[in-house]
Design a protein around this ligand. Structure first.
Ligand code: ADP
Ligand code: ZN
Length: 721
């Protein structure tokens, strides 16, 4: 008899043993369906010696039900899952879940039915049907997805199918993706680029673990260089994974990829349609997907023959996942490359201090692109001290910035104003009684969005209409907006430069691939004079006519006591500055600040990156922060405030007493209420010598909490809220 040990996908149970029925050919990594009580459970066949479970006697084992028709999870992926569970103190099946496709994808094959408008124009329409007709133009998806798109019930759409207004379309879920051609268009690389590309190509050929830090100034052609490595992987019939920090960046990337390789890559992100997701997952597992471009979740997929991983804009915070399994995709990418024995390229103009340190130690191979492509100069950076050159009351643009804006408008050049705040104003209050609009589910203000006439919580999505009167004292016309968001800056620009054509670029306005393409096309056609945007515009874009960048408030990111606040400010301002002067005309950057003396601002002003990193290194060394020490957080939450507090206190009461581990808290988390849950936090600061994960596991292992309490562990946290 053959017995197997499974990692099972069940929230309570993790490991179960089964018997393999005769004729079923399972091997390590096979994905199987097994009985669990009266139900069924998915599982992956694992090395029994690597999974701790209770030994069940042979006679008691139940037989597996089914072997699913997917290739087994290869050993490197199984090791990656184990590593992540261990390092991030997460349940192994929660990590493995990220590798698994839907049940439909696992079973594979076949077709799906989607629906689209049939073109039939009915004589009479209910308002709901009319709205659906309007919203579904050009769309094709499942009834459920269409219902979501059109904001109508599935019933309405089924009725429309019955009436012949929507027609079914059969989609082949295994239809192949077009092949990318590594030699479609071969760019002429400059000598620096060529040297970088040569190293990457050699590493792809070598098929050994080699991490690279591609450190190149903005506009140096980092993408062009790693595309050569992608081309080589294609020639060798290896798969490539390119991780991008944001879906908004993929549009631009797709165009460049298509120009270089003749066809777009395979996309993977959370907003894919069900059928697309299924098709992509199958193609990834089967090896047919050659190049996959995706958000961090693409990292855990069971690639058939991975040959290269690229993490673009590797310093970006959005690679850090802050719920579910809390992991950093940049770091996991390196670990995956190690287990797969392949090269990994981390590309950035402003690498994280941790990455630079690893490069200096020789752990990463550093590859530099010191100059912009085509001889473009880096922009000239000037500081505007807001204490001396203050804007008029209730305004945010200093006179100098306004005059530069006017100058660009006269010359027909473009400007970009950067403020990392969506909406019109971050806080609204009543002038009469002092009432402040707060989210009922979170300890956060509601942000006014004038364009959509809503007040919204940026944490949980709670929304209300903007009222005419104060909800507390019922005085009319008494609400005041405090502080600026991008929409308010746009209003100011309209008043100052009425003839300027504006584009407000945030995740609210650029929320679909179509809108992103439209924006890029307009900016390239010079149909936009002033772009006003959040961090969404700081990277990826290349507008040759853009010659002025104004940073509205460089101090904003420095508030809030975040460990990486200085680094993030440096990165954001350097990235957004990097949008200026990318063409033939020189660029200029004005940074508005009240703290010109702060090390980060001074370094930005002098364009002295080394000075910034040196100051930051010292600050981190003093604080015992990464890379010199380590941080971890324990977040305790519950819908019941007392329950959360008691649990956090209990944990705090049993804190480990070790010389190299310091525990701070418990204290209410800065966001003490989030999505209706009260949150308490303990922070752990440890020396590098400490076995933090083992300490935390043992420490938390002593408790059983009430079912309403959630205890999360965040290793190497980014957000301290
Ligand atoms: P980075 O990502 O380093 O900021 P990009 O890869 O976006 O830089 O390159 C900046 C611009 O220069 C892009 O428009 C890119 O197409 C162009 N470019 C870079 N290298 C080359 C090259 N060797 N040949 C042609 N165009 C290039
Ligand atoms: Zn909220």
């Amino acid at each position: 008899m053959q017995r197997v040990r499974l990692l099972v996908f069940n929230p309570v149970l993790n490991v179960l043993d089964y018997r393999v029925p005769p004729g079923m050919a399972v091997e390590l990594g096979s994905v199987v369906l097994a009985p669990l009580g009266p139900r069924q459970v998915l599982g992956i066949v694992w090395e029994p010696e690597r999974l701790e479970g209770t030994e069940v006697p042979d006679a008691k084992l139940r037989p597996l039900l089914e072997l699913l028709p997917v290739p087994p999870f290869p050993a490197p992926l199984r090791r990656l899952i184990e590593w992540c569970a261990d390092y991030y103190v997460a349940p192994m099946n929660a990590v493995a879940r990220m590798s698994l496709g839907s049940m439909a994808a696992l079973r594979g094959g076949g077709t799906a039915t989607e629906y689209r408008l049939s073109g039939v124009e009915p004589a009479r329409l209910t308002p709901q049907r009319a709205a659906a007709l309007d919203a579904l133009h050009g769309e094709q998806a499942s009834i459920r997805e269409l219902a979501e798109l059109a904001s109508v019930s599935e019933g309405v759409l089924r009725g429309m199918v019955g009436a012949g207004l929507l027609e079914p379309v059969t989609v082949d879920l295994d239809r192949p993706y077009p092949r990318a051609n590594p030699d479609f268009v071969q760019p002429q690389l400059n000598p620096d680029q060529q040297a970088a590309a040569d190293q990457f190509v050699a590493a792809v050929e070598g098929h050994t673990f080699q991490p690279f830090l591609l450190d190149g100034v903005t506009g140096s052609g980092k993408t062009e260089c790693y595309f050569e490595a992608v081309a080589q992987a294609l020639r060798l019939r290896k798969q490539v994974l390119v991780l991008l920090p944001e879906i908004a960046l993929t549009e631009n990337f797709l165009r460049r990829f298509e120009a270089r390789f003749g066809t777009p890559p395979v996309l993977w992100h959370s907003s894919l349609k069900q059928s697309e997701r299924r098709r992509a997952w199958r193609a990834i597992v089967g090896g047919q997907a050659q190049v996959v471009v995706g958000a961090r979740s693409a990292l855990f997929m069971p690639y058939k023959a991975l040959g290269l991983i690229v993490v673009d804009e590797a310093h970006e915070v959005s690679f850090k996942q802050d719920d579910g399994v809390r992991y950093n995709a940049r770091d996991v990418a390196v670990i995956r490359a190690r287990f797969e024995s392949i090269p990994v390229i981390l590309a950035s103009a402003t690498p994280a201090l941790e990455s630079l340190q690893l490069a200096e130690q020789g752990t990463y191979t550093k590859v530099d692109l010191p100059a912009r492509f085509g001889g473009a100069e880096l922009p000239d950076v000037q500081i505007v001290d807001l204490r001396e050159e203050a804007p008029p009351r209730g305004r945010w643009l200093s006179p100098r910035l306004v005059s530069e804006l006017k100058d660009r408008l006269l010359k027909g050049e473009q400007s970009l104003l950067f403020l990392n705040r969506r909406g019109y104003a971050p806080l609204t209050l009543c002038r009469h009684c002092g009432y402040r609009f707060q989210c009922p589910n979170c300890s956060a203000w509601l942000v006014e969005h004038r364009l959509s006439r809503r007040m919204a919580c940026h944490h949980c999505g709670h929304q209300v209409g903007v009222p005419d009167e104060c909800p507390e004292c019922h005085t009319g016309d008494c609400l005041v907006a405090c502080g600026p968001g991008v929409e308010r800056i746009a209003d100011e620009v309209v008043e100052l430069l009425p003839e300027a054509r504006l584009a407000v670029v945030t995740s609210d306005t650029l929320n679909s691939p179509e809108k992103i393409s439209e924006f890029v096309a307009k900016a390239e056609a010079k149909a936009i004079d002033v772009i006003i945007g959040t961090q969404l515009v700081t990277k990826g874009y290349h507008f040759p006519e853009l010659t002025l960048v104004g940073v509205i408030d460089a101090d904003l990111g420095l508030e809030g006591g975040d460990l990486r606040a200085a680094e993030r400010t440096y990165q954001q301002v350097a990235q957004v500055s990097g949008r200026a002067g990318r063409g033939e005309k020189p660029g200029e950057v004005l940074i508005q600040t009240r703290h010109p003396e702060a090390a980060v601002i001074a370094a930005l002003a002098k364009g002295d990156r080394d000075a910034f990193y040196a100051a930051e290194t010292e600050a981190r060394r003093d604080a015992g922060a990464p890379p010199f020490g380590r941080w971890a957080a324990i977040i305790v939450s519950s819908e019941d405030e007392a329950e959360a507090r008691d649990a956090a206190r209990a944990i705090g009461g049993k804190r480990p007493n070790l010389p190299d581990v310091m525990v701070l808290g418990p204290a209410p988390a800065p966001l003490s209420l989030l999505r209706g849950r009260y949150r308490y936090r303990l922070l752990i600061n440890a020396r590098r010598s400490a076995q933090v994960q083992a300490v935390i596991r043992e420490w938390l292992g002593q408790f059983t909490f009430p079912p309403g309490v959630r205890v999360g562990v965040d290793i190497d946290p980014y957000s301290f809220v």
